[in-house]
Ligand binder design. Structure first.
Ligand SMILES: NC(=O)c1ccc[n+]([C@@H]2O[C@H](COP(=O)([O-])OP(=O)(O)OC[C@H]3O[C@@H](n4cnc5c(N)ncnc54)[C@H](O)[C@@H]3O)[C@@H](O)[C@H]2O)c1
Length: 276
């Protein structure tokens, strides 16, 4: 069961799992793209169903779990992957509007919480071996002051806790955290799925010049980013090896993570990024 399966990393993971012979449930908020993804996988002979879900809504995720158990009777692999980012990703805390906070934390963090609450008890009760992969980001290992970084830190924290809880309970389930670097997906156009209750899609022409420059630069970086299929292969291999950290990222991110960890253990103030 993969959330955010209609695009990007989620679709690549579903495709990789289908190639490994798994039965699939594709879940996403964008119904038309989801149906296209389903048709593509079924054309490749995958046994799959698609369920429209809003992971930010606990009741919607509970209905998804009901549909999964009705269709297949078990879940052996749970990928809480759906996620969103606002174009003004680098705005400081005090400049992000409250709608940004509620939308991004609702999808990226509460979406994972809802997935774990609706599926993990049923997976434990089933008594089979299984694995949970929660998609965080290198943003969950590095820092920034806006909601995207905060949401991804939440995911990396609760997934490590989940891993420890499962091992302590002697469960047949294990967990991994997926922390991608810059991957060639549609994440920068996440606002296509931003509900009106969270302010609806941002008027891009209203962004400041700095934000527009950053958005243009990040779009180019995404275009040149790692292919989602590379991420999917890394996830597949990590599940087989029961490896917790999955970090398909550009080398500079690993260097920045090492520097941050060194700052913490040396009790020195955070190293500032070089001035651009
Ligand atoms: N692309 C990157 O560089 C990158 C880097 C690190 C982490 N990530 C994370 O990877 C995950 C997948 O993103 P992606 O890069 O493939 O982007 P994407 O936009 O291509 O795919 C995300 C999918 O999530 C779905 N989605 C959005 N809101 C939803 C909701 N409320 N309920 C259900 N589905 C919803 C979208 O419809 C879309 O199909 C996200 O959690 C993202 O934060 C991406």
């Amino acid at each position: 069961m993969v959330t955010g399966a209609a695009s990007g990393i989620g679709l690549a993971m579903a495709t990789r799992f289908a190639a490994a012979g798994m039965k699939l449930v594709l879940a996403d908020i964008e119904t038309a793209a989801l149906q296209r993804a389903l048709a593509q996988l079924q054309w490749q002979s995958a046994q799959a169903i698609a369920v429209t879900v809003d992971v930010a809504d606990a009741a919607s995720v509970e209905r998804l779990a009901d549909a999964v158990y009705e269709a297949f009777g078990a879940t052996h692999l749970l990928c809480n992957n759906a996620g969103v980012a606002a174009p003004a990703l680098l705005q400081p805390t005090w400049e992000n509007c409250l709608e940004d906070w509620h939308w991004i934390l609702g999808v990226n963090l509460m979406g994972v919480v809802h997935g774990m609450r609706s599926f993990v008890p049923r997976m434990l009760a089933g008594g089979d071996e299984g694995h949970i992969v929660n998609t965080a980001s290198v943003a969950g290992l590095l820092t920034g002051s806006g909601p995207y970084f905060a949401s991804k830190h939440g995911v990396s924290c609760l997934t490590e806790g989940l891993y420890k809880d499962l091992k302590a309970a002697g469960a047949k389930l294990s967990a991994s955290v997926l922390c991608p670097g810059v991957i060639r997906t549609q994440i920068l156009d996440a606002e296509r799925n931003r509900p009106t209750q969270f302010g609806g899609p941002t008027d891009m022409s209203a962004l400041s010049e700095r934000e527009q420059q950053w958005t243009t630069g990040f779009r180019a970086a995404l275009e040149a980013g790692i292919e989602p299929s590379v991420v999917a292969d890394a996830v597949h291999d990590a599940i087989v090896a029961d490896r917790y950290y999955i970090v398909p990222a550009q080398p500079e991110y690993l260097e920045r993570i090492a520097l941050r960890m060194a700052d913490i253990t040396a009790l020195r103030n955070p190293t500032l990024p070089p001035k651009k």
